[in-house]
Design a binder for this molecule. Structure first.
Ligand SMILES: Cc1ncc(COP(=O)(O)O)c(C=O)c1O
Length: 434
């Protein structure tokens, strides 16, 4: 099992051998802290366990989960592929040193600017999301007399058991071409005959935070069966399949454990079986982990301010951040646990809510967690915030975005500086009295 590098030294939480008190003094709070060793081990776990004798595996990190130059530099050194969804994500990926051939471009509404950038920079694969987008891309490639490798995103109609905001393959989903749409085979025949687009195969992504391998098995089955049918219709052999991301993580104490390494081994076996059953000549199978690559390695720390006892509900411990640095609890009810990181040896615990400092009643980071009675100045740590927290952060209430620091073997490496007050207005223009 992959393990966090958390230690308790005289009641003080240390991550990667560095005390959180020391990190607070150096970089302030709120602060995102990444356990660098765990990220490297997780990347290696994907490569070592999702592999096969009969297909080549392609692990693309879904950079939307968290990206900055430092993290992407580290993951490119681990020889991963990268999944991007915008001009900005492609730009950062190239700046961080990713070989453009290993970058994929996704998105349900790619702009001309994004597609032209992808073509000019020789991005490896574009994942086409709709028939209309196919026509648009074909026109842009035709104007330049260029040919591009592409996958077509299919909506396999697999209903997962997660929050509806992170489900992606229901019949009304905005992503992909629905497998049950009767026009789909005609579209694919036309795509397979394209002069400018080389359709390598199909892609699907069933949602996020999916804990049961059964949903992925269903997805693989649907996709392979579909590939076989499309081969018959188009008389073309498809060599690639991409099954997306969405692998679950243990977010809080009540969640069950998720053994990533075992899951990946089982998943690779299932895929091998399906390839054999359907008699396909699939050469490459891709997956796109986002959350499962970085979530467990990330923690957020805050400084405690007031504690408020309301007439109803659990007492609130307030911290110096909130929905601006982690919107997931208010956006889709994500549940975390907290600890008082400078008093780990305390014996008496009570139930609290953790509230942010932003002017929204919904700015509650945790609805219920057990803590020793918090004091002003304590350090409150929330584990498992590595994915979609910093990535979704905002400047609401004009809070500067926190720093991002990586730690390993007793050393810390600043990846993103904390925003300054000056940063908050650097793109603003002053009123001249017009
Ligand atoms: C196409 C695609 N691939 C991969 C991912 C990553 O999902 P996760 O972070 O749940 O692994 C997403 C997330 O939205 C996605 O849309």
């Amino acid at each position: 099992m992959l393990k966090k590098n958390y230690t308790n030294i005289e009641g003080m939480l240390h991550i990667g051998g560095v005390s959180v008190e020391e990190l607070r003094e150096k970089y302030g709070t709120p602060l995102y802290i990444y356990d660098q060793k765990l990220i490297k081990e997780t990347a290696r776990a994907f490569k070592d366990n999702f592999k096969s004798e009969i297909f080549e595996s392609e692990i693309s990190y879904a950079s939307k989960a968290q990206s900055n130059l430092y993290l992407l530099g580290l993951l490119s050194k681990e020889n991963l592929y990268l999944d991007t969804v915008s001009l900005g994500e492609m730009y950062i990926a190239i700046k961080a040193g990713f070989d453009p051939k290993k970058i994929h471009l996704h998105g349900n509404n790619k702009t001309r600017e994004e597609l032209v950038f992808a073509i000019k920079n020789k991005i490896g694969t574009i994942i086409i999301d709709s028939y209309e987008e196919f026509l648009f891309l074909e026109e842009i490639l035709g104007e330049r007399d260029k040919k591009m490798d592409c996958l077509l995103r299919i909506n396999p109609d697999v209903k997962t058991s997660t929050h509806k905001y992170i489900q992606t393959s229901n019949a009304d989903s905005k992503f992909g071409i629905n497998i049950r749409d009767e026009k789909t085979p005609t579209y694919i025949k036309q795509m397979a005959d394209s002069q400018f687009i080389n359709i390598l195969g199909f892609h699907a992504h069933i949602g996020s935070q999916v804990m049961e391998v059964g949903f992925f098995e269903e997805e693989a089955n649907i996709l392979f069966e579909f590939t076989k049918k499309m081969q018959e219709i188009t008389q073309k052999t498809f060599s690639h399949i991409n099954l997306g991301g969405g692998f679950g993580v243990r977010q809080n104490k009540k969640d069950r454990d998720f053994d990533l390494e075992k899951f990946l081994k089982d998943f690779a076996k299932i895929i091998e079986e399906k390839i054999k059953i359907y008699g396909l000549s699939i050469k490459k199978v891709g997956i796109e982990p986002g959350r499962s690559m970085v979530n467990q390695a990330g923690s957020s720390i805050y400084s405690v301010g007031s504690v408020k006892h309301t007439l109803e509900g659990l007492p609130l411990v307030f911290v110096d951040g909130g929905m601006s640095d982690n919107i997931r609890p208010s956006l889709y009810g994500a549940k975390y646990d907290a600890l008082i990181a400078n008093r780990l040896d305390e014996k008496n615990y009570e139930k609290f809510r953790v509230g942010g400092k932003l002017c929204e009643s919904g700015d509650i980071l945790i609805g219920e967690t057990d803590l020793p009675y918090p004091k002003r100045g304590d350090i409150l740590a929330i584990e498992n915030t590595g994915a979609y927290s910093s990535a979704m952060s905002s400047n609401y209430n004009k809070l500067p975005k926190p720093a991002v620091v990586f730690v390993e073997d007793g050393r810390d490496y600043l990846a993103v500086k904390k925003e300054s007050l000056e940063d908050l207005i650097k793109n603003d223009l002053t009123y001249k009295g017009e």
